[in-house]
Design a protein. Structure first.
Length: 342
């Protein structure tokens, strides 16, 4: 009997994330009173990972990410979850060192050999990233979930924060949008083999270019696009700044198959949650734009800002690395809305 993992959970991938407003309520009053002078990045900026300086500018990056199945195939689920978790290290400009698995499994509903395939998928991605999957922890849960805790390394001067763009910076994106739409279409049994392959190609592509971008001082800010969608993570990039972002709609890449499904009004429930949380800060989002702009991504691309006078240099660098990219907009002086679509 064919087992479809997505039928065993109510949500999938990074669409499982708790809404920002609810998360803020949970964390309100949880601020640590102790000051750790070597903790360079904590949770005060909603950055992608924590960073702790060991000595002489050598820093450890620590992050964790896990979720319920986004695809039915166990091996592919493991690959996507691992790629998504490791991405947070790359988003800080770091190099991953090792990973620890987090497995929740409904042992009375799903056989152990399916969980084994999930772990093997994660091992495959860790191998491609050049790191060991060094251990982990498992519990019996009502729904299947899987992810990694990842440790990385970065030099202090190369840390990339998510909220430090500068005026006139050019915004780059390294993967097209639409992963949440595609995952929803899959859960409804609408994806053909070619479309499924497109989804897997995007979600299992490592954001390893982030480790190389860390050494470039003209990369001013960086994050990865996950459960809060393009809009949500761009708003985090603008948080605490006196800037807005102008985004060119025609330059914002979306998977071709996702465009087809979006036109059929197929999207995950959390797209609406993202839309409601973000709309007040956005201008120019019309019609069905919200389906892709607010789409929760799982293992999405890197979003980073580059000094305008280094645009040509960055283009050449990315092409030399055979890295897909789109230049989607720029950072400008603060306007009435934080994000302006044109």
């Amino acid at each position: 009997m064919e087992i479809k993992l997505t039928q065993f959970s109510k949500a999938s991938g990074c669409g499982c994330k708790i809404a920002p407003a609810v998360l803020d309520e949970i964390l309100n009053g949880c601020k640590q009173e102790n000051i750790f002078k070597n903790l360079l990045v904590g949770n005060e900026s909603k950055d992608d990972a924590a960073v702790y300086e060991i000595e002489n500018g050598n820093c450890i990056i620590s992050t964790t990410d896990f979720f319920m199945p986004i695809v039915d195939d166990a091996f592919d689920f493991g690959r996507i979850a691992a790629c998504n978790a490791i991405s947070d290290v790359y988003a800080m400009g770091g190099k991953p060192l090792m990973a620890i698995a987090i497995l929740g499994w409904p042992v009375e509903k799903l056989p152990a050999e399916i969980a084994q395939q999930v772990i093997k998928g994660a091992q495959e991605i860790c191998r491609l990233a050049g790191i060991p999957l060094a251990g982990g922890h498992s519990v019996d849960t009502p729904e299947p979930l899987f992810g990694l805790a990842v440790t990385g390394m970065v030099q202090k001067e190369n840390i990339k924060h998510n909220n430090t763009p500068q005026e006139n910076d050019i915004l780059y994106l390294t993967k097209p949008l639409g992963i949440g739409v595609m995952a929803t279409a899959l859960k409804r049994g609408l994806l053909n083999d070619e479309q499924y392959a497109e989804l897997i190609t995007q979600t299992t592509g490592l954001n390893s270019i982030g480790a190389q971008l860390s050494a470039l001082p003209y990369v001013t800010a960086m994050t990865d696009i996950t459960g809060f969608g393009f809009n949500g993570h761009l708003l985090e990039m603008l948080s605490g700044t006196n800037y807005s972002a102008v985004i060119k709609k025609e330059h914002l890449p979306v998977m071709e198959s996702a465009k087809i499904f979006a036109a059929q009004f197929i999207f995950p429930d959390n797209t609406t949650r993202n839309y409601n949380a973000q709309l007040a800060d956005i201008e120019g989002m019309t019609g069905l734009d919200f389906i892709t702009y607010c789409d929760p991504q799982t293992s999405g691309g890197l979003l980073f800002s580059v000094s305008a006078d280094k645009e040509n240099e960055m283009d050449s660098f990315l092409k030399l690395q055979n890295q897909y990219f789109a230049k989607v907009g720029s950072i400008v002086q603060k306007r009435d809305k934080k994000i302006v679509f044109e």
